[in-house]
Design a protein around this ligand. Structure first.
Ligand code: HEC
Ligand code: HEC
Ligand code: HEC
Ligand code: HEC
Ligand code: HEC
Ligand code: HEC
Length: 289
């Protein structure tokens, strides 16, 4: 049974590499995921696994992953909703630039952006000023529709061109962002304002943390260093991870999936929880093509 599934997936893998990412609008259904845990290869408890997989939302389409649609204020003003895409912006700037320096919240809707604010150079207006990127100001050729999108077809097309040369991943945007950063296919700027102070990475945190329970299959390792490359301590502490409480001892995949802990980013912008093996290194997931 498992052999059949694996061969099927191998065929899919070859086909996917041939046809490219743009045709894979919806990623593999979770049912296809076959997991083996540990070097001994004993299967993970089926019931437990089934529970995790059942709660996992399906992935895709790739171009939509990480897009934030802002509609509440726009609608009231009779404007089309604003579609902000993380994929295009994160290739140019680290998370730090927006989520620390410019003060955007990591909770959808929380920043409360108004037109007066961005016209005065805050939020989107810090860059969309006609110098760094197209302007928010009114004028003879206003750009309103570039952000207030009546139709997202153009954005979808842009994604196809954008993602073409980036390393592949199975889920999320279909882009392996960590690899793109490592091999410098993308080189996001770390600050916008040259006077902005950046923190030094504390030596003490160099060694990756081993997270998890006493269970032998609990094998998730967390690298402060990798994460620090794109974000500051305050992206995670104390809101998402309260160090004092050793909150990760109370992790469950359920809470992760519903957007707490790792899922605060790894369901929205960074590779999603569907991609088991990238966190659970000793799991063998046949969906990882
Ligand atoms: C160019 C600016 C910019 C960059 C760079 C950026 N973000 Fe965001 N991010 C935003 C905006 C704008 C929002 C929406 C905020 C709001 O609705 O109030 C957002 C929202 C989020 C959310 C909540 C999304 C949701 O749907 O609930 C998460 C999580 C997030 N960002 C993580 C990241 C991570 C991780 C990175 C780096 C890989 C990153 N962001 C880089 C601007 C940015
Ligand atoms: C840190 C700088 C920065 C911030 C903040 C920023 N942008 Fe951009 N944005 C850019 C750059 C650079 C481009 C590409 C250059 C251009 O198209 O003029 C871009 C392009 C875009 C595009 C064109 C399509 C694309 O994705 O390439 C849209 C739409 C957009 N931004 C929306 C927004 C919205 C909405 C916000 C605020 C919620 C925002 N941006 C905040 C720098 C920024
Ligand atoms: C760089 C992206 C961007 C551009 C360009 C842009 N806007 Fe916006 N606009 C936003 C964002 C983000 C919001 C907040 C969306 C929400 O919460 O619904 C917004 C909200 C608004 C609102 C409602 C909020 C308020 O404070 O009244 C109006 C009206 C508006 N925009 C008008 C315009 C007009 C007119 C233009 C063109 C001259 C324009 N916008 C260009 C990003 C942009
Ligand atoms: C972004 C990282 C990440 C991803 C992706 C991820 N997990 Fe987890 N998972 C964790 C963390 C952290 C824990 C808590 C630490 C531990 O118990 O290993 C955990 C715990 C678990 C547990 C409980 C382990 C125990 O000891 O009882 C199961 C079962 C599990 N994950 C299954 C999965 C499956 C199946 C997938 C893919 C569908 C997945 N995880 C994807 C981070 C992740
Ligand atoms: C992407 C999220 C993230 C970022 C960014 C982050 N941390 Fe952490 N940090 C964690 C997690 C997860 C843990 C483990 C928490 C637990 O066990 O409850 C942790 C644990 C810690 C601990 C306890 C270490 C131990 O050995 O138990 C310290 C100290 C710490 N972080 C400091 C920092 C500092 C300083 C920064 C910025 C340089 C930072 N963290 C950035 C997620 C993050
Ligand atoms: C504040 C946002 C945020 C939080 C919270 C977070 N991560 Fe990440 N993580 C990222 C981003 C951004 C990347 C870069 C790769 C990407 O975007 O897909 C990343 C990369 C990783 C990688 C490297 C993958 C590779 O292929 O090199 C691992 C492993 C990882 N995270 C595990 C975790 C675990 C486990 C947790 C919870 C304890 C966690 N992360 C919490 C944002 C976050």
């Amino acid at each position: 049974m498992r052999v059949m599934k694996v061969t099927g997936l191998l065929k899919m893998k070859v086909q996917l590499l041939k046809t490219g990412r743009s045709l894979l609008l919806h990623a593999l259904p979770p049912l296809l995921i076959v997991l083996l845990v540990g070097s001994g290869g004993s299967a993970m408890d089926r019931g437990e696994l089934a529970k995790v997989l059942k709660t996992m939302p399906p992935n895709g389409p790739f171009w939509k992953y990480g897009n934030v649609v802002m509609r509440s204020k726009s609608r009231k003003a009779g404007m089309a909703p604003v579609v902000f895409s993380h994929w295009s912006h994160r290739s140019r700037y680290t998370c730090r630039v927006c989520h620390q320096e410019l003060g955007f919240s990591m909770r959808q809707g929380d920043s409360g952006i108004t037109r007066n604010q961005y016209l005065a150079g805050k939020f989107c207006g810090a860059c969309h000023n006609g110098r760094i990127a197209f302007t928010v100001q009114d004028g003879p050729h206003p750009n309103c529709k570039k952000c207030h999108m009546e139709n997202t077809k153009e954005l979808e097309k842009q994604f196809a061109a954008f993602s073409d040369n980036l390393p592949l991943a199975a889920f999320g945007n279909g882009i392996d962002w960590a690899a793109a950063l490592r091999d410098e296919t993308i080189k996001p700027a770390n600050v916008l304002n040259a006077n902005e102070q950046t923190l030094q990475f504390p030596e003490k945190l160099r060694r990756p943390l081993r997270l998890g329970t006493a269970s032998p299959r609990s094998d998730v390792s967390f690298s402060h260093e990798d994460h620090f490359a794109e974000m500051d301590c305050s992206s995670c502490h104390p809101d998402i991870f309260n160090i004092k409480q050793k909150s990760t001892a109370a992790f469950s995949m359920d809470s992760n999936i519903y957007g707490s802990f790792c899922g605060a980013c790894h369901m929205q912008v960074a590779f999603p929880m569907n991609d088991c093996k990238r966190c659970h290194q000793s799991m063998t997931s046949s969906s990882d093509y």
